[in-house]
Design a binder for this molecule. Structure first.
Ligand code: SAM
Length: 333
């Protein structure tokens, strides 16, 4: 039977199969009376989401598919062995990662074309999302092989829904470039796109980030979008030390800078709503003196360096920035 026409049992009243029974040990029974994990798996490619930290986030369907597949193609077989060991799954594994994606895909497609059932997993979360999987899916589709998503944990969406930032519209960008120049130009392009957008609809931009680059990324955001730019950082999602930091780019930079070390996996989110993001607000609400003061505070820059940075981000000369800064100092005095 086709996997799509044979969905796993689910809750009554939610538009899924209503005829679900439960065994004495709590395991779900499918409509036909077989334990869900014993049902035959249809041939095809299964893209299986795995936990991003908390092992309870594996789904019953993912376990059934991983148990019943002929082979599991893993980003890192040692990493997946831990997950499979935890759930007592003995399905053979094969490596499928960025470096052998193209060659291995050919081999897997041949197995799929002859009726194989292959599951693909990455180290964590959804295959294909900043991880291998998408190339194989595209090749399987081109070869006429059925492709089934087995949904589950994903860091970007988990971060988004609890960030407090708009969740109805968003753009996922993957990792920001690691090189400073490329990172700044990506952010500048994004800022320009937001500024030119004709819509004021709430939107969020989602990035994967690393602990050793997050301070630089926040400093660049504060610099390019303005220190008051609303952002959020989701760290160690679903794990023991899960943490959300919410505030402005300057505030998050200051909070993280004050820590002896920055660790863990993280997702960085920028509020891309035109009226919230700083292309407009930096110009209208934040004075040059505010920006200089924020840079001195958050990045311990000297007055001279802070002025230089602000002059560059506002595309004005250093002497012009200096005069504006003096004018605002005399207004305050
Ligand atoms: N495929 C995964 C997914 O669906 O989320 C993403 C894989 S990508 C190679 C790994 C990055 O995802 C990490 O560097 C981090 O930015 C983010 N990430 C993964 N797990 C996370 C977690 N538990 N908490 C926060 N971010 C996480």
């Amino acid at each position: 039977m086709d996997e799509q026409s044979n969905p796993a049992p689910a809750l009554k009243g939610m538009g899924f199969s209503p005829s679900v029974e439960t065994q004495s040990d709590g395991r779900a029974l499918a409509a036909e009376g077989l334990p869900s994990h014993d049902r035959p798996l249809a041939p095809g490619l299964y893209l299986v989401a795995t936990p991003i930290g908390n092992l309870e986030d594996i789904t019953l369907r993912a376990l059934r598919v991983l148990r019943s597949a002929d082979r599991i193609a893993c980003e890192d077989t040692r990493q997946t062995a831990k997950l499979l060991g935890h759930f007592g799954i003995r399905t053979p594994t094969i490596s499928y990662h960025t470096h052998n994606e193209n060659t291995r895909a050919g081999e897997l497609i041949e197995a799929l074309k002859s009726g194989g059932r292959i599951a693909v997993v990455s180290d964590a979360g959804m295959p294909g999302i900043a991880d291998p999987g998408a190339i194989l899916a595209a090749q399987a589709i081109a070869a006429g092989v059925p492709v089934y998503p087995i949904p589950g944990a994903n860091a970007a969406l988990s971060a988004l829904i609890a960030s407090g930032l708009p969740a109805e519209r968003f753009t996922f960008h993957g990792f920001l470039p690691s090189k400073e120049g490329q990172r700044r130009s990506s952010l500048e392009t994004l800022r320009a796109a937001i500024a030119q957008s004709k819509s004021d609809e709430p939107t969020t931009h989602i990035f994967y980030e690393t602990p050793h680059r997050v301070l630089d990324a926040l400093a660049d955001i504060a610099d390019i979008f303005g220190p008051q730019q609303p952002v959020a950082l989701a760290r160690e999602l679903t794990k023991l030390h899960e943490e959300f930091l919410r505030g402005t780019a300057a505030q998050l930079h200051a909070t993280l800078s004050a820590r002896p070390s920055i660790r863990g996996e993280m997702v960085l989110l920028i509020d891309g709503t035109r009226t919230a993001a700083s292309p407009a607000s930096a110009a209208t609400h934040l004075t040059l003196a505010d920006e200089v003061a924020a840079l001195i505070r958050t990045e311990s820059l000297s007055e001279k360096d802070a002025l230089k940075r602000v002059a560059k981000s506002r595309n004005i000369s250093k002497s012009e920035a200096y005069r504006e800064w003096q004018r605002s100092a005399s207004r305050k005095a």
